[in-house]
Ligand binder design. Structure first.
Ligand code: ADP
Length: 218
């Protein structure tokens, strides 16, 4: 599968992408995870990105497009399939992706729009925790999927933390940025006939709906 996961912060893109990777082998490409790992390694990209991320703003389009091009140029990624999580996030990013896909002869199967009610999103973001190990970044939820009792990751044993951009102010800012810059992509991909909107909130339900929608299109 070669898909884009669209949806507000907290819609469940990362959790669904991780499940699809397990079920289907689709490489999970999360621009948020990639950026956090660069921030952790204090690379020049990470140092630039940190100021934007911490206040809930978007990192400049040109930076993000450079990252994506590097990923799509890996032959195994295209062969095994991929799911984009958190990319594209603006119309210029989507246009740049279109050009890149044409250049690399890649065709998208679909764009899954995870449509989750705002009250569920706010609750999820406030209770979300993330593994601090940059190469793991497993996602937890204090209510529905808690880390180990000593606050460590059940997968790799590293401390599980609340992200710096998960303060109430940064969450509100990210939701506003989503509405203004990312939500227009719903119309963009609907026009191209690629959009499938999914109202499920359960991870397995979303993954199965995506697989079914892809199968129906083939
Ligand atoms: P969420 O989906 O929960 O907002 P992400 O992990 O996808 O979290 O992104 C965290 C932050 O990383 C964003 O708020 C933004 O600063 C930056 N970021 C991630 N992806 C992009 C992108 N495609 N374009 C611009 N900035 C991005």
């Amino acid at each position: 599968m070669q898909i884009i996961l669209l949806g507000a912060p907290g819609a469940g893109k990362g959790t669904v992408a991780k499940l699809l990777a397990k079920m289907d082998g689709a490489v999970h490409i999360s621009t948020g995870d990639i950026l956090r790992s660069e921030v952790n390694d204090r690379t020049s990209l990470g140092i630039e990105a940190k100021t934007y991320i911490d206040r809930g703003d978007l990192v400049p389009d040109s930076t993000i497009i450079g990252i994506i091009e590097q990923w799509l140029r890996q032959p195994n990624v295209v062969k095994t399939g991929f799911s984009f999580d958190g990319f594209p996030r603006t119309i210029p990013q989507a246009e740049a992706l279109d050009a890149l896909l044409v250049k690399l002869h890649i065709q998208l199967d679909l764009v899954a729009n995870l449509d989750v009610p705002r009250n569920i999103i706010l609750d999820r973001l406030a209770t979300r925790r993330t593994c601090s190990n940059p190469s793991c970044q497993e996602i937890y939820n204090l209510k529905s999927n808690p880390p180990a009792t000593d606050g460590t990751c059940r997968k790799c044993g590293s401390p599980v933390i609340q992200r710096a951009d998960e303060t109430v102010e940064a969450i509100m800012k990210r939701l506003d940025v989503y509405g203004e810059k990312t939500a227009p992509l719903i119309g963009y991909y609907a026009k191209k006939g690629l959009l499938v909107t999914i109202h499920e909130t359960n991870t397995e339900g979303v993954a199965n709906a995506i697989k079914k929608a892809i199968a129906m299109r083939r």
